[in-house]
Write a protein that binds this ligand. Structure first.
Ligand SMILES: Cc1cc2nc3c(=O)[nH]c(=O)nc-3n(C[C@H](O)[C@H](O)[C@H](O)COP(=O)(O)OP(=O)(O)OC[C@H]3O[C@@H](n4cnc5c(N)ncnc54)[C@H](O)[C@@H]3O)c2cc1C
Length: 388
């Protein structure tokens, strides 16, 4: 088992020729990268995966909710799932909360989850370097690492998150981002629902309370250019919920945050010279444009990307295009609807604050969210599987 909690840069030496010419280089060891590495390595590919952090999954930048529909073949949730979620409660401004009974899921310990996926990739034979970043990606597919090594892979998977360096080199960047800030607070009563707070005070985003045992993740997301508002907004939410005797007023812990792509899926395949490049997870814009959920899509797309590379290496020239069309089939219908809803809300935001009615209509728990025939109807299960 690879010690994914410890830096491992020293295990790489410039003389280690096979690693410098891996069949697949995976950049980033979040859920997408670890899944890509595991899928390709389990099919016998020589895989090198590099992660700039010294410890996989830390610090956590996530609200840690996944839907009950999310499953990974042969994966044990023991020690990872922290509590079940049985419903969603949506509060629109000061109006009465609405309860949706069919939004089930689980809270996970995200760092343990990411580390388990990385261990699985290592057990499948992927070579993992922690504390090593990709510094440059060259037009011929060569990749310069922060330890000075030049890697010449046959294929490259960019699973390096919302601001993907690999994606930028092939001209794919997430242009619409939500900035989020979150901390953990003590819960005053046991709770089994995800709470969503919609308000014109959170343009392009929302606030949340996701319980995990005796504590809860409390967070706010807004459009990237408004990120300076996050700190007071989160503080105000905390004060309000403490006054309502929902959470402890004592200082929060585990302050975190991050960026969430909300502009929809990017084309996920490209090339640098003779080296095919596949994007997976956030790097491919695979987060739901309304909820921001992306863990499941990261795992699914990473697995598909790893399989596609293995298939391409085995001589199936069409495998990369099939990757692109698989992603389109899986995500485009749901994301199309979400983008439509998002656009409707943003249209109002430039001129006047969104009304409570409009905010509710744009949220996945409202029947109106699903009522627009233009976006199709077959996406309902899809989005629910990815709802946060
Ligand atoms: C505050 C917040 C709350 C969220 N809550 C939820 C939730 O409750 N449920 C949900 O489903 N989704 C949630 N998301 C979204 C979810 O976290 C992401 O969709 C998911 O992490 C995507 O996985 P990934 O592997 O694509 O990218 P990441 O998890 O971002 O992993 C990318 C990895 O690449 C590494 N990397 C980046 N650049 C380089 C480089 N140059 N060299 C080497 N390594 C590099 C990074 O260090 C990182 O480890 C949340 C996001 C945020 C910001």
């Amino acid at each position: 088992m690879v010690p994914v909690g410890a830096p491992a840069a020293a295990r790489f030496s410039p003389e280690a020729q096979p690693e410098q010419r891996p069949e697949l280089l995976v950049v980033g060891l979040g859920p997408a990268g670890a899944s890509a590495a595991a899928a390709a390595a389990s099919k016998g590919c020589r895989v090198l995966a590099v992660e700039r952090r010294g410890c996989v999954g830390e610090p956590v930048q996530c609200a840690e909710f996944v839907s009950s529909a999310f499953s990974i073949e042969g994966f044990s949730w023991e020690g990872i799932a922290t509590q079940r979620i049985v419903r969603m409660v949506t509060a629109v401004q000061a109006a009465q909360s609405r309860v949706s009974e069919d939004f089930r899921g689980r809270m996970i310990c995200r760092s343990a989850f990411d580390q388990a996926l990385a261990r699985r990739a290592a057990a499948d034979g992927a070579r993992i370097l922690l504390g090593v970043a990709v510094r440059e990606v060259h037009a011929d597919g060569g990749v310069r690492l922060s330890n000075g090594a030049l890697i010449r892979p046959r294929a490259l998977v960019g699973a390096d998150g919302p601001r993907s360096r690999v994606g930028a080199v092939i001209g794919r960047s997430n242009l619409q981002l939500v900035a989020a800030r979150q901390f953990t607070v003590g819960l005053l009563h046991p709770y089994e629902a995800t709470d969503i707070f919609l308000s014109p005070a959170y343009p392009g985003g929302y606030a949340w309370l996701f319980p995990k045992g005796s504590a809860a993740n409390l967070g706010v997301g807004v459009e990237f250019h408004l990120r300076d508002r996050l700190k007071p907004l989160l503080r105000d939410l905390h004060t309000r919920l403490a006054a309502d005797a929902r959470v402890q007023a004592s200082p929060p812990s585990s302050m975190t945050g991050g960026l969430i792509p909300v502009g929809g899926r990017l084309r996920a395949i490209g090339a640098l010279g003779a080296v095919p490049v596949l994007l997976a997870g956030d790097a491919a814009g695979l987060t739901h444009p309304v909820t921001g959920a992306g863990i499941e899509a990261a795992v699914y797309s990473g697995t598909l990307a790893g399989n596609a590379v293995a298939s391409w290496l085995a001589g199936h020239g069409n495998a990369l295009h099939e990757y692109e069309s698989d992603l389109s089939d899986l995500y485009d219908p749901a994301y199309r609807r979400a983008l439509l809803r998002r656009r409707e809300l943003r249209g109002g935001l430039g001129r006047e604050a969104a009304t409570a009615e409009a905010l509710w209509r744009g949220w996945i728990a409202s029947p109106e969210y699903w009522s627009d025939a233009a976006a199709g109807t077959a996406d309902r299960c899809q989005v629910r599987a990815g709802a946060a």
